[in-house]
Design a protein around this ligand. Sequence first.
Ligand code: NDP
Ligand code: HSE
Length: 448
Amino acid sequence: MQQVNLGIIGGGTVGSGVFHALQRNGDLMASRIGIKVHLRKVAVKAFDEPRPYPIPESYLTTDWQSVVNDPKVDIVAELAGGTGIARTMVLTALKLGKPVVTANKALLSAHGEELFSAAQKHKTNLYYEASVAGGIPIIKSLREGFVGNRITQLYGIVNGTCNYILTRMKLEGADFAGVLADAQKQGYAETSPDLDIDGWDSQHKIGILASLAHGFWMNPKHIHVEGIRHISALDMKFASDLGYTIKLLGIVKRIEESKDKPARKSQIANRKSQIQVSVYPTLIPHAHVLASVNDVFNAVFVRGDVVGDTLFYGRGAGKDATASAVLSDFADAALDLKFGTKHRVPAFVPHERDGAVLPMDEVTSRYFVRLTVVDRPGTLARIAAIFGKANIGISSVIQPEGHEGESVPLIFMIHDAPNAAMRKALAKIGKLPVVKAKPVMIRVESFE
Ligand code: NDP
Ligand code: HSE
């Protein structure tokens, strides 16, 4: 049997998971693909660091360059993380013409264009299945399975840590900090968990999926991001009473020009596709399948113009689920080394020259708004007047019964309105003397 040699940089949650999975199923994979993926070395920062699965010291080195430069190493896996030294690691391997497997979505988001063109220039390939949605083979599905489709909508719960936190807050009333500590213990969170909580990790992932779906590299600066820090138990309860679950959702939507909302002149002139690409907490109807994706599970809903609706579901983080995706890349890289890549759909090739992300101010959606107001005559009228003046329609209002003169929550459900108009109206409402706390606004998705 043929053999390819592998060098891994990183032996932490993912790296040790990959080591363990190779020990467990390496022979099975070899019997399926006809090539043995043989591990030569694992680079780490320190030998004595505790690892989720132990890696024998005979495999370890603290010199990542010796792994990349080893002439016997055919495939390099970057499982170290970050966007600084990791970029150098990947570029060094690509320049040597070695295929690279990475789970590093932050790196791809920041330097994807450069890395894919380096891979092309050096006639090799970059594999990144583990970078989005853990064990779910969503990259391969978009790249190969849906190659004959125009993707009109894609919705993703793509951060396991946030979904784990939101689920436990909702089902157990657990407090935010405690659940985050649990997610970190399980190895779900990033080294800096702010990347998860503030939505950046989802931004990296949704940018990768959007780029694949729409054929131009998404500049992360154009992707609107909101995290889950401001979501309270009160929002979850009111949302639930109204028939909704709150999820951190990545949204990629092709916005069709309509009679009511013609494209701007500049867009017609440049023939730009208008794509909404954003990440924010979202109210999802209880009945929608994404509302029941709980814990560390991720799900990606893809609508193609030929295939219709599809749904992908699985563990979005953790050592084993992620290792599964990394092993699938090893198999592809080994097969590509053996047969060349010409017969496969390339990892990423830009093919839409004029694509553009729709500015968030122009995105239209429905909204849930929670205000903290003084219960006194005229409060509701003043707020409604501001919405009315901005041409923003209220679809329902809830105020739990309280005592006159006390602070009470006041909930509005708002009809479709542009984000800019909503932002301006809420800024005005927030300044009213009867409004006692910063207004909370969460968008509502209808999946139409
Ligand atoms: P960890 O912090 O658990 O592991 C990082 C590993 O990289 C450690 O083994 C560390 O060494 C090693 N390392 C860091 N810098 C260097 C260096 N300069 N030279 C050699 N080794 C180095 O991170 P994860 O395993 O959680 O994440 C790795 C990557 O996978 C990240 O890009 C992350 O975003 C991504 N990812 C993580 C998932 C998860 O569920 N955790 C899921 C999907 C993707 P040492 O052990 O000595 O500290
Ligand atoms: N921190 C990430 C998450 C890891 O929680 O989803 C998987 O990419």
